[in-house]
Ligand binder design. Structure first.
Ligand code: KIV
Ligand code: ZN
Length: 506
């Protein structure tokens, strides 16, 4: 058996469908280009029947990327498959990924169908998909909780009908490594035509075992793994791409597995996703978290100085983390800034570089030292991928222990300036009320967090918020050395997402 593992990235489909991770078409294109640079084999670009927005982004990505296979998801119905094919047909390497649930619990309560009916749907629609596209993947949803004999029958039948990839999802993250490996081994032993298809796995992380289960399956003979950047995905997410790839890379001595991923593109990919969605990974996240290569304890630091490998099993450089974190001062030029951004994984257009440079010089005037984290924050803040309906002009706040907090906000919309004031429980509340009065949009604030971007009293504060609006959740983030201003700008960035989605996506 080949030791090459196919990396199937579903950041733009399973990942993007999770609350808080929605992206616009342009953002998905930017992410897809980075995934191709990263070297994944397959990009699942979306679920074309789900919405016009999904359809357009799968189509745009399929038309643009030339190296990577582009997959589109479809249920086992002709309507879904036709829509997926319509979006995919101009891809150089298209794949239709069709799925239907096979566990009794899904059959009874969700589909209201018998096992025979589901088998027939699967076979008929795989055959139909194959008549349109050479590359067809089939997934029996909730495979882990499916009767194993029935699962073998379904898999054998869809391979006969033309599926060249059969994916075994642990859709609810229920399995444990030994059990999941045994399912893969049983399928390899019992399904007579299994050697005519690549066996794939797709593990959710509800019990924190997404990566462990995927690895166990690979060791049992699976040769495609479905995963996402930063492990994003439904509920607790999917198996994390960076963890799986770095396990194969770091423990090659034991596993002897290969994949096509350029490990130095991992960190830039993770940062880009954070930038596009406004969703940070936790500090201690393996591989890409802020603490992943930080050594705090004295004994550890001493060991590191004497010999790095005492406490470091892989280098930060191997995953693309730039070597130093201290960057530039107020005399640094545009060229140095551009070079640093490239090292951080941001290839800015001339226009974006000019915007970033202006923000950088303004910040360097306020702070002596500008760090990488400041530069990343500038990109996140200033170079929004979402067209801004309202832009921030100015803010005045009155607050104190014996004053009623009052905020006056000035916003711009096109050529018009709007101004209003409000009082509130605190300065942030007053500011948000004033913004609501101007824009007429009133979302529910469900999350507000503030943290210093770097060290020092002059550090910028980064505000991350979530607004709930008409059943959907929208992120906003912004940085400033003034935390009330950062709060106002974060609110505005979420609000601009709401307005953009309302007017262009839904
Ligand atoms: O979790 C799941 O079962 C899925 C399938 C569509 C592969 O996402
Ligand atoms: Zn899934």
């Amino acid at each position: 058996m080949s030791n090459r593992v196919i990396i199937f990235d579903t950041t733009l489909r399973d990942g993007e469908q999770a609350p808080g991770f929605s992206m616009t078409l342009d953002q998905k294109r930017v992410m897809a280009r980075q995934l191709e640079r990263l070297g994944v084999d397959v990009i699942e670009a979306g679920f074309p029947i789900a919405s016009d927005g999904d359809f357009e982004s799968v189509k745009a990505i399929a038309e643009e990327l030339r190296e990577t296979t582009i997959a589109g998801l479809a249920r086992t119905t002709r309507k879904d498959i036709d829509r997926a094919w319509e979006a995919l047909k101009r891809a150089r390497k298209p794949r239709i990924h069709t799925f239907v649930a096979t566990s009794d619990i899904h059959l009874k309560h969700k589909l209201n169908k018998s096992r025979e009916e589901v088998l027939e749907m699967a076979v008929e629609n795989v055959r139909y998909a194959k008549s349109l596209c050479d590359d067809v993947e089939f997934s029996p949803e909730d495979a882990v909780r499916t009767d194993l004999e029935y699962l073998c029958l379904v898999i054998e039948s869809v391979i006969d009908a033309g599926a060249n990839v059969v994916n075994i999802p642990d859709s609810v993250g229920y399995s444990i490594p030994d059990e999941f490996a045994a399912i893969i081994r049983t399928l390899r032993e019992k399904v007579k035509n299994i050697d005519r298809a690549v066996m794939s796995v797709h593990c959710h992380n509800d019990l924190g075992l997404g990566v462990a289960n995927s690895l166990a399956a690979i060791q049992a003979g699976a040769r495609q793994v479905e995963c996402t950047i930063n492990g994003i995905g439904e509920r607790a997410g999917n198996a994390s791409l960076e963890e799986l790839v770095m396990i194969m890379h770091t423990r090659k001595n034991l596993l002897s597995l290969e994949c096509n991923v350029q490990t130095t593109e991992i960190y830039p990919s993770s940062q880009l996703l954070t930038h596009l969605t406004g969703m940070k990974v936790q500090r201690n996240k393996a591989i890409v978290g802020e603490n992943a290569f930080a050594h705090e304890a004295g004994i550890h630091q001493d060991g590191m100085i004497k010999h790095r490998q005492t406490y470091e099993i892989m280098t930060p450089q191997s995953v693309g983390i730039p070597e130093s974190t201290l960057v530039l001062g107020k005399h640094s030029g545009r060229h140095a800034l551009d070079k640093r951004y490239k090292e951080l994984g941001y290839d800015l257009s001339r226009e974006d570089l000019n915007t970033a440079y202006e923000a950088f010089t303004a910040l360097a005037d306020k702070k002596k030292l500008v760090y990488d984290a400041d530069l990343i924050a500038i990109v996140r803040d200033e170079i929004s991928q979402i067209p801004e309906a309202y832009t921030f002009e100015s803010l005045q706040v009155l607050s104190g222990s014996s004053l009623t907090p009052t905020a006056s906000v000035r916003l711009r919309k096109g050529d018009e300036i709007f101004e209003d004031s409000a009082i509130g429980d605190g300065p942030v509340d007053a500011t948000y009320k004033a913004i609501e009065r101007i824009t007429g949009v009133c979302g529910k604030l469900t999350h507000y967090a503030i943290e210093a971007v770097t060290i020092g009293k002059d550090a910028q504060g980064e505000v991350l918020i979530k607004l709930e609006y008409e059943g959907h959740s929208y992120n906003g983030q912004a940085v400033s050395t003034d935390i009330i201003e950062a709060s106002a700008k974060a609110y505005l960035s979420a609000l601009n997402r709401i307005l953009y989605t309302r007017d262009h996506v839904r």
